[in-house]
Design a binder for this molecule. Structure first.
Ligand code: NAI
Ligand code: GUE
Length: 330
C-alpha cells in the first residue's frame, strides 16, 4: 500500500499576524494620532536592513508613520539623544548588530524608556526577569516585553500551547520547552518568560544546557535557573513538547532523530534551523516568525503611546485639582 504524506501542519506567520493586527487596529482607533516610529540603521548586517525595510512596509500598511535614519555608527549616540528629546518621535528602534560588542548594549540603553519599543531597556528587562508585569503600583500600565520573545509567546498562544483553562501566569504548567539560543536579546529572556508562565524550559547554547523552572508545583514566584552538567541537546529533545531554535548561520540544523513524535517546532533564526524532514515527526512546524515580531513591535509602540496619554491625563487631572485648591484658598 502506498504511504500517505505525513500529517504535519505548517503554520505561517501570516495567519498568526491576522489576529494581532486586529488588536493593533482597534487600539489605533482609540488614540487620535498617527504614532511615529524612528528606526536607526548603522548596521552593516544585511539582515538588519531587510528587517528595517519590512518594519517600514508594515508601518505604512497599518496606519503608523516610519522614518528610517541611516547614521554613521560614530554619530549614533548623538542622533539617539536628539530623537529622545524630540516630542514628535513616539518610538525608537535601533537595528543590531552595530559594533557587535558591549558597545551595542551601551547604545541600546541610550534609548529613552518611554520610547523603547523593543523592550530592551534595563527597567523592562528587569521587570521581565523578576516577573513584575506592571509599571505602576495600581497595576494599570503593563510593562513592555522584548519583541522577539513576545512574538514567540503570541505564537504559542495561537497554537494553544498556552492552556487557557489554567489561570493567567500559569498557563504553561506541564509543558516542556527547549530553546536553542541563549542571547541576551532573544534566547535568555524567552526561556525566562516561558518558565515564569509555568513551563519547564531547557535553554541550550553552544556551551551547555540550563533548566529554567518555577520549581515543583510552581511554588516560586519567578523562575530559577540550574545548570545541567553533562547534558546536551540530545538529552532535551525527547522530553520536549516544543522546540524553538534560533541559531544564526545556514550550517546549523537541529538533529531530528531525538525529536519527540508530535513535537511543535518553531524557527526564529534568519536561516532555516530545521531540515524539511522535520515534517515527518512534528505535529506543527513554524518556519519563520519575523512578521509576527514586527507586529508585536507595533503593539509595543501603541502601548507606549497609550501609557503616555494616560500619564498626561493623570498629570492634567492633578494639575486641575491643584488649581482648584489654589482658587479655593486664595
Ligand atoms: N525572527 C526575529 O524576529 C528575529 C530573529 N533573529 C535572528 O535570530 C538569530 C539569532 O540572533 P541573536 O540571538 O541575536 O544571535 P547571537 O549570535 O547573539 O546568539 C546566538 C545564540 O545561539 C547559540 N548557538 C550558536 N551555535 C549553536 C549551536 N551549534 N548549538 C546551540 N546553540 C548555538 C549561541 O550560544 C547563542 O546563544 C539570527 O539569525 C537573527 O537574525 C534575531 C532577532 C529577531
Ligand atoms: N533591533 C533589532 N531587532 C531585531 O529584531 C533585529 C535586528 N535589530 N537586527 C536584525 C535582526 C534580524 N531579524 C530578523 C527578522 C525576521 C526574520 C525572519 O523570520 N525572516 C523570514 C521571512 C519573513 C517571515 O515569513 O517571517 C525568513 O528569513 O524566511 C529573521 C531575522 C530581526 N532583527
Amino acid at each position: 500500500m502506498a504511504e500517505e504524506k505525513p500529517h504535519c501542519k505548517v503554520v505561517l506567520a501570516n495567519s498568526i499576524v491576522k489576529n494581532l493586527l486586529e488588536e493593533v487596529h482597534d487600539g489605533l482607533k482609540k488614540i487620535n494620532k498617527k504614532p511615529l516610529l524612528v528606526g536607526f540603521l548603522s548596521s552593516a548586517d544585511p539582515a538588519a536592513r531587510v528587517y528595517a525595510e519590512w518594519t517600514g512596509k508594515t508601518c505604512s500598511e497599518n496606519g503608523f508613520a516610519f522614518e528610517l535614519r541611516e547614521v554613521d555608527r560614530e554619530l549614533l549616540e548623538d542622533a539617539l539623544i536628539d530623537a529622545n528629546n524630540d516630542p514628535k518621535v513616539d518610538g525608537i528602534i535601533v537595528y543590531y548588530p552595530i559594533f557587535g560588542s558591549r558597545q551595542d548594549q551601551y547604545l541600546q540603553q541610550i534609548v529613552d524608556v518611554s520610547k523603547d519599543v523593543e523592550g530592551l531597556s534595563h527597567r523592562y528587562i528587569f521587570n521581565m526577569y523578576q516577573n513584575i508585569r506592571f509599571l505602576d503600583p495600581q497595576n494599570t500600565k503593563k510593562s513592555i516585553l522584548p519583541c522577539t520573545p513576545l512574538a514567540v509567546i503570541k505564537i504559542l498562544e495561537y497554537l494553544r500551547i498556552y492552556n487557557t483553562i489554567l489561570p493567567y501566569g500559569n498557563r504553561l504548567h506541564g509543558r516542556t520547552v527547549t530553546v536553542i539560543n541563549r542571547s541576551e536579546v532573544v534566547g535568555r529572556p524567552l526561556a525566562a518568560l516561558l518558565a515564569n508562565d509555568g513551563a519547564c524550559v531547557y535553554s541550550v547554547d553552544i556551551n551547555d544546557v540550563q533548566q529554567f523552572t518555577r520549581g515543583e508545583g510552581l511554588r516560586k514566584r519567578r523562575h530559577e535557573v540550574v545548570e545541567k552538567p553533562g547534558w546536551t541537546l540530545e538529552d532535551c529533545l525527547p522530553l520536549s513538547d516544543v522546540v524553538i531554535s534560533g541559531v544564526p548561520g545556514d550550517k546549523y540544523k537541529v538533529p531530528l532523530h531525538m525529536l519527540r513524535e508530535g513535537a511543535v517546532c518553531i524557527n526564529f533564526s534568519s536561516e532555516r534551523n530545521f531540515r524539511p524532514e522535520v515534517k515527518e515527526k512534528a505535529s506543527i512546524y513554524v518556519p519563520a516568525i519575523g512578521k509576527v515580531t514586527i507586529v508585536v513591535l507595533l503593539r509595543n509602540l501603541l502601548r507606549i503611546v497609550q501609557n503616555k496619554i494616560d500619564e498626561e491625563a493623570a498629570g492634567n487631572e492633578e494639575k486641575s485639582s491643584e488649581e482648584k485648591t489654589v482658587q479655593a484658598t486664595s
